[in-house]
Design a protein around this ligand. Structure first.
Ligand code: ANZ
Ligand code: ZN
Length: 813
């Protein structure tokens, strides 16, 4: 009776579009995912990297990036946590501005339209964001606080203006940070970057290098993420050594990580930009040659100089030499572009025996190669030393290990005032400026009498002037410089006419603290209340792309650490845990790009198969942290899986408990899915659900309780279908308020049975084996049974019939 009624109702097909719209409306109407401070519950803050709302709309890469923590957010809620899972818009930046300039539209309008498109797409995917907490970095109520943080940094001496050569893109008309102009080309438009002298803003992130490195220690970041941050900061310990210049009172100071090799320094190398080349012009005998080389070097980008300079070039600086401060030997000086002016002191002691770049150089220019450890033939190959190698050719230091000699030589240098211990960092200070319209104005006023004056806090935000013309200037000045009504102000200190700073902040500014604003997005008094910061912070789990783990992740850790130092937040690190998704490649195995025509539009998948299928597929596609190739047929496979989930309703048994048949299957599946979700192994979690469903189909039934727990496990991945089944089956309450099922470890173990082994029709032995064991497992356990060995050894198995839990039957010849 029970069966037949339900059969008729459920022969209806699974119709994702109808179901999904219904539940999305339900979630919105009921504000299901609205999060509020509730000290009676443990909190969990999941953060995804908020999108840049580009005109291209949401990409399947976004879906992969967001679905992971979407799954964890839904799971955490069912586990009883108060979850904060916010979304927002990182909306300042060049693509919008470039598009606006092309079309004559205002970037505000372009941004608003793009945000609208992104919102709709994200909602159609069924994400459980708290939409009440949306932040937009271009909203004056938001960037008021971005400017406020900048002013605090300025007041603490961490923001300064300095003249430097900057990377200027002639096409975008914008000064680029080093990271945005790698390989000498503009990150945005691929055109060549030229050097231009300008007075620009910097943030002293180098002052935070040690804090940022040491802070990494206790964080639960993937090892490769920590490593990238360490390399980016690039701390190295060594010594600064003074080599007296022959016949002069000056010294040539070098930075070395290997003071122990000082006796092997057979030449010095200065960067082509080294100031001594100008200072000692009159002593240099081959000045023309030196100048020609300098000229050549300025044309190369740093990338070419460091990475591509396999074939070493250089010129000896004749007439100039130094004295080795310990051995007192005279050492020649060369210039070469593999030494950078921007690192260390811009000069090195070259030890060709043990440094491969120096070795290549010495070979090419026929410079002596002197080893400082006992080793094989350094004339034919550079020898990279180990810490326990024994030092040689080094006077009083002979016989020490490399490790000991490093300390001993440095002590000697310090005692004799020939050098000092020194730590260097690869990371440069952060070029914190853009000469563009669509960014946060830097809140500084320039006054002839008072110099640089911060805009008073009560006058924040400094908003952008609402004008039509904001094209960049050819001079590298911001377009704001042309807008007189905006630029001309009175000095807040002396009241005389003054001018606003016209540079804007770089794109990374707004994303450096957005995770704090989410905690209290509507606060008009503070960037966020202390109560909200203390309750929600720090972020428990942050997921995003590998491409952001050096810049954004370091910049935001820096801002947060500064806010900690000035007492705004009460914990030094903003993110407890950080994971990263792999890329999704097009069906052709290449990176998705418009020009290749291999871009998959998530909307199309939603329209054709439903959001639940898109979500399931994107989580099933492969190891989460690796790149994965899109496959249309696997999308269809995921849709079929959900069809089968739907049809489970046709094979329901009314029991409100696990059947004996499925008991261990249920416990095993709960354990597998629960643990895999935590380890971002979404693909294997889904595989476990697929295995379970196969069993239900094989057995042609599922109990009501089994279905309830099965859909609870699936809910974080495919929430719409699960909510619908929950409602149709009249389970208590709402799917969204369910409890995450628990498992009993003892019941996850397969049931063990004893089965007979029959050979050519006669039972020859028995074995104990899991009742779910596969045929291969059965055959391999059989080989351990003594009584059957004689019947099978040396024979050929011509037929095998295995009935799990019942019998293994073999025919042999
Ligand atoms: C002698 C020596 C012997 C070195 C040896 C290395 C190996 P990191 O770890 O990157 O800090 N160096 C110093 N300043 C440089 C510059 N401006 N441009 C290019 N190279 C520079 O590396 C520091 C080492 O890189 C220094 O130690 C120096 O070479 C070189 F067996 O000094 B070494
Ligand atoms: Zn003034």
């Amino acid at each position: 009776m029970f069966y037949s009624i339900f059969k008729e109702v459920f022969t209806m097909d699974y119709n994702p579009n109808q179901i999904e719209k219904k539940w999305q409306k339900h979630w919105e109407d009921h504000q299901t995912f609205k999060s509020e401070i509730d000290p009676s519950k443990p909190k969990f803050y999941n953060l995804i990297e908020f999108p840049y709302p580009s005109g291209a709309g949401l990409h399947v890469g976004h879906i992969r990036a967001y679905t992971s923590l979407e799954v964890l957010s839904r799971k955490r809620r069912l586990e009883g946590y108060n979850v904060l899972f916010p979304i927002g818009w990182d909306a300042f930046g060049l693509p919008t501005e470039n598009y606006a300039m092309q079309t004559g539209e205002h970037p505000r309008d372009v941004t608003d339209r793009n945000i609208e498109i992104f919102s709709e797409q994200l909602k159609a995917t069924g994400y459980s964001f708290d939409w009440n907490r949306t932040v937009d970095t271009t909203d004056p109520n938001y960037f008021k606080w971005t400017q406020w943080i900048f002013l605090q940094m300025y007041k603490h001496g961490l923001a300064y203006k300095d003249k430097t050569y900057v990377n200027f893109c002639n096409h975008c008309k914008v000064v680029l940070a080093n990271e945005e102009s790698q390989n000498g080309v503009c990150d945005r438009c691929d055109s060549e970057v030229v050097q231009m002298e300008k007075d620009v803003w910097f943030l002293k992130i180098r002052e935070y290098a040690d804090k940022l490195l040491d802070g990494l220690e206790d964080l639960d970041f993937l090892p490769r993420i920590k490593l990238e941050q360490e390399n980016w900061i690039g701390r190295s310990h060594g010594a600064q050594v003074d080599f007296p210049i022959k016949d002069s009172d000056d010294v040539l100071t070098v930075f070395t990580t290997r003071p122990d090799t000082i006796f092997g320094a057979t030449f010095m190398v200065m960067a082509p930009e080294h100031p001594y080349l100008k200072k000692y012009e009159s002593s240099i005998q081959n000045l023309d040659e030196v100048k020609a080389y300098q000229e050549l070097a300025t044309k190369k980008t740093e990338f070419e100089r460091v990475q591509l300079a396999k074939d070493k070039t250089g010129v000896e600086v004749k007439g100039l030499s130094v004295i080795n401060p310990i051995s007192k030997e005279e050492v020649p000086i060369w210039i070469s572009d593999y030494v950078m002016m921007g690192y260390g002191t811009g000069a090195i002691m070259a030890v060709p025996a043990h440094d491969s770049r120096d070795w290549e150089f010495a070979k090419k220019f026929d410079i002596p190669i002197v080893p400082t450890v006992e080793c094989e033939d350094v004339q034919n190959e550079c020898y990279l030393t180990a810490l326990d190698d024994i030092v040689t050719n080094s006077g009083p230091f002979n016989g020490l290990t490399v490790k000991e000699a490093k300390e001993a030589v440095t002590d000697y240098l310090e005692e004799h005032k020939l050098g000092i211990r020194k730590t260097n960092y690869k990371m440069k200070n952060w070029a914190f400026n853009r000469q563009r319209y669509w960014g946060e104005p830097i809140p500084i006023i320039h006054c002839e009498h008072c110099g640089m004056v911060p805009v008073p806090e009560e006058d924040l935000p400094v908003t952008l002037p609402d004008v039509k013309e904001y094209k960049p200037t050819d001079t590298g000045e911001s377009p704001l410089a042309n807008i007189e009504e905006w630029v001309n102000v009175t000095c807040p200190v002396c009241g005389e006419p003054a001018k606003r700073e016209t540079d804007t902040m770089p794109q990374w500014a707004g994303s450096s603290w957005y995770f704090l604003r989410y905690m209290d997005p509507h606060n008009n008094e503070k960037l966020a209340s202390k109560e909200a910061l203390d309750y929600w912070g720090p972020v428990d789990w942050y997921n995003g792309g590998m491409e952001h783990v050096s810049r954004h992740l370091i910049y935001s850790r820096f801002w947060h650490r500064f806010l900690y130092d000035i007492g705004v937040v009460s914990y030094p690190e903003p993110y407890k845990k950080r994971t990263a998704q792999g890329l999704i490649l097009g069906p052709d195995g290449e990176k998705m790009s418009k020009s290749r025509g291999n871009v998959i539009n998530p909307n199309e998948i939603i329209d054709n198969y439903g959001a639940d299928t898109l979500r399931t597929y994107i989580m099933f596609i492969g190891d989460y942290e690796r790149s994965a190739v899109w496959s249309d047929s696997s999308v269809k496979g995921c849709k079929r899986f959900l069809d089968r989930v739907w049809k489970l309703q046709d094979m329901l048994k009314p029991e409100d408990s696990y059947s004996e048949k499925h008991q261990s299957l249920m416990h095993k599946t709960i354990k597998k899915v629960s643990e895999d979700f935590e380890q971002v192994k979404f693909n294997t979690a889904i595989a476990a659900l697929m295995t379970a469903i196969n069993e239900f189909y094989d057995d042609k039934f599922i109990t009501k309780k089994e279905l309830q727990d099965f859909i609870t496990l699936l809910y974080p991945i495919a929430p719409h279908i699960c909510c619908e089944i929950w409602e149709l089956q009249n389970y208590d309450g709402q799917m969204d308020d369910a409890s995450w099922p628990s498992w009993d470890e003892s019941k996850t173990i397969d049931e063990i049975v004893e089965i007979p082994i029959q050979i050519n029709g006669k039972v020859r032995g028995k074995m104990t084996i899991s009742k779910d064991a596969s045929q291969e497992e059965a055959l391999s356990s059989m080989s351990g049974v003594d009584s059957v060995r004689g019947f099978v050894e040396g024979k050929q198995i011509v037929k095998q019939i295995y009935v799990p839990g019942k019998i293994l039957n073999l025919v042999v010849k």
